[in-house]
Design a protein around this ligand. Structure first.
Ligand SMILES: Cc1cc2nc3c(=O)[nH]c(=O)nc-3n(C[C@H](O)[C@H](O)[C@H](O)COP(=O)(O)OP(=O)(O)OC[C@H]3O[C@@H](n4cnc5c(N)ncnc54)[C@H](O)[C@@H]3O)c2cc1C
Length: 382
């Protein structure tokens, strides 16, 4: 039975040829696999609740009514994709979104400036409409959306006739890696994101050649937000520095440790009085050692949170140490692979489920499911 108020932004679609039981079963299965919060209404309705809203199904005659409800307009499309993926019959949504237009979580931005802020970092300032959606602390990431090289006629995502977001595919597929919202000025209409320059990176190549006024897409928000615990144990490589900087700035009251992996740590990282910062150029082995020492001397870890993001292999090792070896509650962790090194040893299979352990989602066209997950709490690479 429902006890919480309905989220404001809603869409519905009737499936005339699909009875309720298979959708109900598929939703139960999805909720079990992903550890989602499942609710039921007397055998006639079923839905999953996420921080950003909910999606579910109701018995409607011989057919089924699908629904998606979001607290913010920009999250609705992703929730629609979640429930639609459970049906073989294509739903026609009645969300009031206009076919052919940009999805509400997408906007086109213009390059304002690219400024060197460290040996291997630039700050990209983009101007765009609709930046309010990126200004919240509960979801601090978005995707840069880049055309394939050599495109003369750009094709951007749009709302399809069925009310769902259509992403260009094939030769028109867009590159859309996740980045972190470093700062937003809504009055001036800009957003800053800090880009780690690395060999072979398509965004690296693009940003180093970008001219003022050049266009790029912004999709989001997505991913996780600022942890709320009193004591924070934060760590990451260069790709995570911008997210770590956001956390340090947002939590001047927090106590704890910040470990910066990576060769030089040449980045304008803010300082907080209660957070001890260490640079670990020796990388993951040094971090594992530091965490073992913390575990031996500073437990128990009540009201504490372990937020760590780095290359996938490093995260796998952190997961092994924190969850399996030290027995930290997975709910008190966010361990996220921010990129994958194709040359690193194969990732060790996860031994636990239900924790906030995520994989990088670097594909040019992530599935609707992973896009939607970015609004929940995989939160894919969040
Ligand atoms: C939630 C989230 C937030 C992120 N925020 C940021 C951010 O704020 N700033 C930032 O710089 N990055 C951030 N990243 C990481 C970024 O998305 C990846 O590094 C991404 O691959 C960069 O895209 P690209 O087009 O430059 O490289 P791609 O064209 O996707 O990859 C090309 C090659 O580069 C390699 N590669 C990717 N990343 C690295 C790296 N760090 N070092 C060495 N080789 C690499 C890949 O393995 C691949 O072989 C974030 C990732 C996630 C999941």
């Amino acid at each position: 039975m429902r006890t919480s108020p309905l989220p404001e932004f809603q869409a519905e679609a009737t499936l005339t040829d699909t009875p309720f039981p298979p959708i109900e079963a598929a939703l139960r299965d999805l909720a079990a696999r992903r550890g989602l919060d499942l609710h039921e209404g007397h055998g006639r309705s079923i839905w999953c609740e996420l921080p950003v809203g909910e999606f579910g199904a109701k018995k409607r005659g011989e057919g089924t009514l699908l629904f998606a409800r979001a607290h913010r307009a920009q999250d609705l499309a992703a929730l629609q994709s979640e429930i639609a993926a459970l049906s073989a019959e294509a739903p026609a949504w009645s969300s009031g979104l206009d076919a052919g237009r940009f999805p509400p979580n997408f906007s086109l931005a213009r390059v304002h400036s690219v400024t060197r802020i460290g040996e291997s970092f630039v700050r990209l300032r983009l101007e765009s409409e609709g930046l309010e959606r990126l200004s919240h602390d509960d979801s601090i990431h978005f995707r840069l959306v880049l055309q394939p090289s050599g495109t003369s006629e750009p094709v951007w995502p749009s709302i399809g006739e069925n009310g769902q977001t259509q992403w260009p595919s094939g030769g028109q597929a867009l590159h859309r890696p996740p980045y972190t919202t470093r700062a937003v000025d809504l009055a001036a209409g800009w957003v800053d994101t800090d880009i780690f320059l690395h060999e072979g990176g398509r965004i690296t190549d693009w940003v180093l050649a970008a001219k003022a006024g050049e266009r790029i897409g912004l999709a989001g928000p997505g991913g996780s937000g600022i942890p709320e615990a009193t004591r924070l144990f934060l760590a990451g490589d260069e790709t995570a520095y911008p997210a770590l900087a956001r956390m340090i700035e947002a939590r001047p009251d927090a106590r704890g440790h910040l470990w910066l992996l990576g060769k030089s740590a040449d980045y304008p990282m803010p300082q907080a009085e209660g957070i001890t910062t260490s640079h670990l150029p020796q990388d993951t082995p040094a971090l594992l050692q530091a965490l073992r020492l913390i575990a031996a001397t500073q437990g128990p870890f009540d009201d504490s949170f372990f937020w760590m993001a780095a290359e996938r292999g490093a995260v796998s090792q952190l997961r092994g140490l924190l969850l399996d070896e030290l027995g930290i509650d997975s709910k008190a962790t966010h361990l996220s692979a921010y990129w994958s090194d194709p040359h690193s040893p194969a990732e060790r299979p996860a031994r636990r489920s239900g924790g906030r352990v995520s994989r990088p989602d670097q594909s040019a066209n992530p599935s609707p499911r992973s896009a939607a997950l970015a609004t929940g709490d995989d939160r894919t690479g969040g």
